[in-house]
Design a binder for this molecule. Structure first.
Ligand SMILES: [Zn+2]
Length: 309
């Protein structure tokens, strides 16, 4: 379970406190306090000083200590990944997902009502952005380690042609709490294909992902962001609910922007790719560092796209 409280202040104090508490926390089994069992059960026994009446207070204190220790661990991890602060944590996911409609400028003349909406951002006032990673060519284990240590959610969009040699990597990514979405079988320019071929590209990858991941996704992104009405009709038939494109594209140490300004806006969708030094001049962890620095500098958290769409 991801902690949902955004740590705004006091990280240095937390680090010092947690260092003092390290020996106490080192007895923890790793269970999160919210799990109910684990560290707190030891405190449930009536103990020496204070008697049974003091047990609830001690349990609360242990919970606070544990949370401080978790924050300190995150800060230490952030520093090892070249960040000066921990990535901001997103707020709790919305109870009701925002209503989505195709954004102005993204309608197609052959589209129509009832088709999956095409979006480049999520309509929300939360200071969150969404990191989406496409294709699946590079399977960098260091990216998994960085995502795990920093507890950052991403969404993958896989094309079978480049992902298929190691779906186990993407199952490991999924196990970190993300979802794996559809990016076609062979990454074609769908606008150049007739309806039946488009449908096979999308439905075919739905079948592959169901086989490899256990569930077929609800989210689809057309390669190159190219689509037409046939694409949306085929996507709907294949079980797709939403077609997210992007507002910014992140590379190692640099960005491209599709909007007039370069700032993050609430709900922006950020694109990057499963690539590496020979493709874009750096590693996946360099890209993630680039994204997290900008997010922290501008007061944004990276949230989970599937919590909002
Ligand atoms: Zn792609």
């Amino acid at each position: 379970m991801r902690p949902r409280t955004r740590p705004r202040t006091g990280l240095l104090a937390l680090a010092v406190t947690a260092a003092l508490l390290a020996s106490a926390c080192s007895r923890d089994t790793g269970g999160h306090p919210a799990d109910g069992a684990g560290p707190l059960t030891q405190d449930a026994k009536p103990a020496v000083a204070g008697g049974p009446a003091a047990a609830p207070a001690r349990a609360l204190a242990r919970t606070a200590q544990h949370q401080q220790h978790v924050h300190a661990q995150r800060l230490a991890a952030a520093r090892t990944w070249g960040l000066s602060a921990t990535p901001l944590l997103p707020p709790a996911p919305p109870r009701t997902k925002p209503a989505l409609t195709t954004e102005p400028g993204f309608e197609t003349e052959t589209g129509g009502p009832g088709l999956p909406p095409v979006i480049t951002r999520v309509p929300t006032d939360d200071r969150v952005v969404f990191l989406t990673i496409d294709d699946g060519y590079r399977k960098d284990p260091e990216l998994l380690r960085m995502l795990r240590e920093l507890d950052v959610p991403v969404s993958a969009f896989l094309a079978d042609g480049v992902a298929r040699d190691d779906y186990a990597y993407f199952r490991a990514l999924r196990d970190l709490g993300t979802t794996v979405n559809n990016h076609t079988l062979h990454h074609p320019n769908l606008r150049e294909l007739p309806y039946a071929a488009q449908r096979e590209e999308i439905c075919g990858q739905q079948r592959v992902l169901k086989r490899e991941m256990g569930t077929a996704p609800r989210i689809f992104r057309p390669p190159y962001g190219n689509y037409n009405g046939d694409t949306l009709r085929a996507a709907k038939e294949c079980g797709i609910d939403v077609v997210p494109l992007w507002q910014q594209e992140a590379f190692p140490g640099r960005w491209t922007y599709s909007r007039g300004d370069t700032a993050f806006h609430p709900g922006d969708i950020v694109l990057t790719h499963f690539e590496g030094p020979s493709e874009f001049g750096g590693t996946m962890t360099d890209v993630l560092r680039t994204v997290l620095r900008k997010a922290n500098d501008e007061g944004f958290a990276v949230a989970r796209l599937e919590d909002y769409v």
